[in-house]
Design a protein around this ligand. Structure first.
Ligand code: AR6
Length: 169
């Protein structure tokens, strides 16, 4: 597997699938979720609503992933996953790792060969960037998948440096 780091806006990345750091309700939000919904267009929200009315009545649990079309995005699909909220006293890193594993599993299901990830949980959900990027890189490397290219898309220079550090380890 080829692993790259490309700083910027994930909604602009030309890959088969981009991963969205969503929430359990799956109906949009702030951060990268808001950016993806804005760029994909309102059909994305419609498909998410459909999912909530059918297969995901109780929402998408943290650590799980589901795919939708990418609509107006350059990416063909969006894989929505829900990161854990960071908690000092409880170790939720297995849930964060599961987000990457499950996203790659869903990518295999839909046949996506190139996948771009943001730093899941490292924004509004408060996960320290150094640890979030380390878990991201380690989990992707350890996952058995047919995905050929993974692109990590840091949004800030700090995040870019952390991804490079994690990749160098
Ligand atoms: N491209 C790439 N990365 C981005 C972009 C972008 N366009 N925008 C932000 N980031 P966050 P979370 C980075 O907060 O912590 C939403 O409201 C950002 O700098 O988007 O998992 C959802 O609906 C950070 O490093 O996701 C949930 O309620 C990383 O993406 C909640 O936020 C993740 O930050 C999820 O919180």
């Amino acid at each position: 597997m080829d692993v790259q780091i490309v700083k910027g806006d994930i909604t602009k990345v030309h890959v088969d699938a981009i991963v969205n750091a969503a929430n359990s309700k799956l109906l949009g939000g702030g951060g990268v979720d808001g950016a993806i919904h804005r760029a994909a267009g309102k059909q994305l929200l419609e498909e998410c609503k459909q999912l909530r009315e059918t297969t995901l009545k109780d929402g998408l649990p943290a650590g799980r992933a589901v795919a939708t079309d990418g609509y107006n995005l350059p990416a063909q699909w969006v894989i929505h996953t829900v990161g854990p909220v960071f908690a000092k006293k409880t170790d939720r890193s297995d849930i964060l790792a599961s987000c990457y594993r499950e996203s790659l599993r869903v990518a295999d299901e839909i046949g996506a060969k190139s996948v771009a990830f943001p730093a899941i949980s490292a924004g509004i959900y408060g996960w320290p960037l150094d640890n979030a990027t380390e878990i991201a890189v380690r989990t992707v490397r350890e996952t058995d998948t047919s995905v050929e290219t993974v692109i990590f898309v840091p949004f800030s220079q700090d995040a870019e440096e952390m991804f490079h550090e994690a990749l160098g380890r």
